[in-house]
Design a protein around this ligand. Sequence first.
Ligand code: NCD
Length: 320
Amino acid sequence: MKKDLISNHIQLNPEGKLIHLLGLEGLSKQQLTHILDVADSLIDSSGNLKKSKALDDMSVANLFFEPSTRTRNTFEIAAMRNSANVINVDLANSALKKNEALLDTMHTLKAMQIDMFVIRHKQNGLPHHVAQNLEDVSILNAGDGINAHPTQALLDMLSIRQHKKSFKDLSVAIVGDITHSRVAHSDIQALKTLGTKDIRLIAPERLQHNSERCSAVECFSNIEPGLKDCDVIIVLRLQKERMLEADIPNEQEYFDNFGLTSERLALAKPDAIVMHPGPINRGVEIDSAVADGKSSIILQQVTNGIAVRMAAMQILAGKS
Ligand code: NCD
């Protein structure tokens, strides 16, 4: 399925209120900023997450059809910190294994009075399809195929905003497997909406972005010029599970040409921050000295994931 065919229009009701979170295209700067502001308000002055009663009459179901550590667990913690009931649907042992259609499973869960569904699936547009076919519930896209990962992009923007003054004057480099990255796609969308003009995509040709997916970005096939004087570096994993066998690069060769090392990081601005959505593969896309170094905010991103997901749930529930 071509990315461009997937529309997020159903995430807004006729009054323009967000009722699902499927992707960031179609959301205004004000809407993105509002989600970030609500997330910020859920973090206290010492950096600790607050608790909220906002969803104390609601139930949330996590449906993860692909592996996940950060996204699944932070969605679960976010639901709990919003005082919602939360279930992690055991998909491996569900009726789907007895050939029940996905929408029948969803209707069944809805009959258990689930109000919000968090869905990760390998198929582009699957959360959109569910949102179209299940009434009176909210769908949160936790990553669909190579299409979108809106809450990851929002937590990335919150993390950038905690370190940098304005999105407008930033130079942001995204390095790695852009082709297969729903994170890159949503990050680019968020950065553009928030006003960033200098967005650089650094990747070997075969893993570079498809121009139909995004415009107004600069592409680099060499990492050194791409990193020069940038403020933010977002590193991506080689998503081998989405590549054809023949396209999988040799890891050593990839690290030699595109791995983020301390020497390469020194090309960026001295106060540049290093980000990564995880999972990280040390010695492939990033050197341990950088992943654990003083510029890295990788674990802060994880914590911010809870605040952003709490905020998204509150907004969809009409509570913020
Ligand atoms: C990413 C994903 O699943 O898209 N990870 C995440 O959600 N934290 C990126 C990846 O898998 O490489």
